[in-house]
Design a protein around this ligand. Sequence first.
Ligand code: DC
Length: 219
Amino acid sequence: MIITIDGPAGAGKSTVSREVAKRLGFLYLDTGAMYRACALFMLQKGIPLDNEELISSHLKDLNIKFKNGRIFLNGEDVSDKIRTPEIDLAASDISRIPSVRKKLTSIQRSIGENSDLVAEGRDMGTVVFPNADLKLFLTASPEERAKRRKKELYKKGDIISLDIILHQIKKRDKADTERAIAPLKPAEDSITLDSSNLSAEEVVKEIIKFANSIDRRKR
Ligand code: DC
């Protein structure tokens, strides 16, 4: 079974997807982390993120693997390095490049061939797994998402004003929804969940309920 969870930054996708995967015993695939790792790889090589030709020519040297919930870039565990405000924007920039999407989509599909999966991202239900068994679009108001992000950053010791975070969230939403290929949008056959007034636990339970009803119908 494949469950896709798409939605904008900060809607709670990661927390919810990880927990749903854990409770169902499925693999959790964080595709945002893959775009982040790819952006980090190009930045480390000093490649400008708008140089499509140079980026494309370096993709053959990019090796991304997941192990025990951590992401490895060419053998190095980069799980923490990819969670910075710089990489937030760099990942959004690099995700516009067609050859990058093609390469990452193909890795994502091959992971989906071998496991039951909860796949989280922007284009899981629309492009990567159009035949997924259950498609969710998880959203929340930009203000609520900014508040959550501020709390997260505060826990890491980063104190950033709510206005700045809100501005960045709106900028990223615009870039992700307006890009030419695989833009962020709900799949036609997806269920939209607005998490603005729901706890993560409530969202998880709701998704598990949907998944169980599909599982019963399939059996
Ligand atoms: O979910 P995230 O914030 O870790 O994603 C980082 C960026 O990667 C996001 O701004 C857009 C891009 N992305 C994408 O284009 N397609 C995906 N399936 C996942 C992420």
